[in-house]
Design a protein around this ligand. Structure first.
Ligand code: AHM
Ligand code: MG
Length: 343
């Protein structure tokens, strides 16, 4: 019989063998995983649970909130505020940070999340997910008296101590890194348990599959046009091979495919809103996904710079994203560096 390794056992062994996870961080990860189970239940109910459709409100980014965006955000906050492991949380759905209320002890970690990524897929029953990123509160100076604040979150992605996502698809899968490779856990619904189903996830360095919203082609910058145009020329073009395209419109699902069989995902800067560096958010989308991809042997850049090295200046900062199979990401990055920089 195959031995089932639970999430708890995996984390305990990471702690014991690799000395990676202090018990408070283990508690944090387990609580996030439990919250994802609750979100999965709501997602599965769909129309029966009256969770579909718009909530009739907008978030700080001016995007219409779906009912499930708000439900997932509340589930994550309720699950995490009492454990004593966190100082504060930040979310795509909240303008400012959420400081752990005074009635609970404050811990040393900071949690960020996109509670429900791929919102446009909810009502059409296509895969969606929850993305999370964990940082340590900086300046652990015992004499510090100022309360935790937004600037404590503004750390580059390479400071993350844990990151992952949960995909709500045909299976519910939790994908996690604590800096020692990437592990995948599938939700066993009969047991209510997360079971380790893949360890040492590896992205092949080469690929013949790209993911980009092609309808934005006319708005892209030259290096992105050059790369995609070469892919589209297939076997007859400079790449000498045919490429396939996939676009699920949920970063979680596109990244999950790339972690499973390789590929390159791009959400580049475009001319529609030239003042925005990109569509996706750095702190709770690009950083955790970038770290997972790097931990699986892939690469993640904004076209010019490694995503994990970007010094954030705002909580809801946006960024251009190129991630996945290393040789393709390196190529796209080279095309950007060779081109004159856009104004
Ligand atoms: P969301 O966090 O509001 O759901 O938006 C982010 C999503 C990504 O998951 C996905 O890659 C992209 O936006 C889809 O964009 P588009 O609408 O251009 O297909
Ligand atoms: Mg998102």
């Amino acid at each position: 019989m195959t031995e089932h390794i639970s999430l708890t056992r995996y984390l305990v062994e990471q702690q014991r063998v690799h000395g990676r996870i202090p018990s408070e961080l283990r508690l944090l990860i387990e609580i996030v995983a439990r919250a994802c189970k609750r979100i999965a239940i709501q997602v599965n109910k769909g129309a029966l649970g009256e969770v579909l459709g718009s909530a009739g409100s907008e978030n700080v980014q001016g995007e219409v909130q779906k009912k499930l965006d708000i439900i997932a955000n509340e589930v994550l906050i309720d699950a995490n505020e009492w454990g004593g492991h966190l100082a504060a949380m930040a979310s795509e759905e909240m303008e400012g940070i959420y400081v752990v209320p005074n009635r609970y002890p404050q811990g040393e970690y900071l949690l960020m999340f996109d509670p429900l990524d791929g919102s446009s897929n909810i009502d059409v029953n296509v895969s969606i997910g929850t993305i999370f990123s964990v940082l340590r509160k900086p300046n652990e100076d015992p004499t510090r008296i100022e309360p935790v604040c937004e600037s404590d979150f503004l750390q580059p992605g390479q400071a993350q101590v844990a990151a992952g996502y949960c995909i709500y698809g045909p299976q519910t899968t939790l994908v996690l890194t604590v800096g020692n490779g990437v592990a995948m856990f599938t939700l066993d619904r009969e047991q209510g348990a997360w079971v380790l189903t893949q360890e040492n996830v590896t992205i092949p360095a080469d690929t013949q599959e790209f993911a980009i919203n092609m309808s934005n082609l006319r708005h892209w910058d030259e290096p992105v046009k050059r790369y995609i145009d070469e892919c589209l020329q297939g076997r007859e073009g400079p790449r000498g091979k045919d490429f396939n395209m996939r676009w699920i419109a949920s970063m979680v699902a596109d990244v999950h495919r790339i972690l499973t069989r390789g590929g390159v995902f791009m959400y580049p800067w475009d001319k529609r809103e030239p003042n925005k560096p990109g569509k996706l958010r750095l702190m709770y989308e690009a950083n955790p996904m970038g770290w997972l991809v790097e931990q699986a042997g892939g690469a993640a850049t904004n076209g010019r710079q490694r995503i994990l090295e970007i010094q954030p200046t705002e909580l809801h900062q946006r960024v251009s994203v190129v991630l996945g199979s290393k040789n393709e990401v390196d190529r796209v990055t080279r095309y950007h560096l060779e081109a004159p920089q856009a104004a």
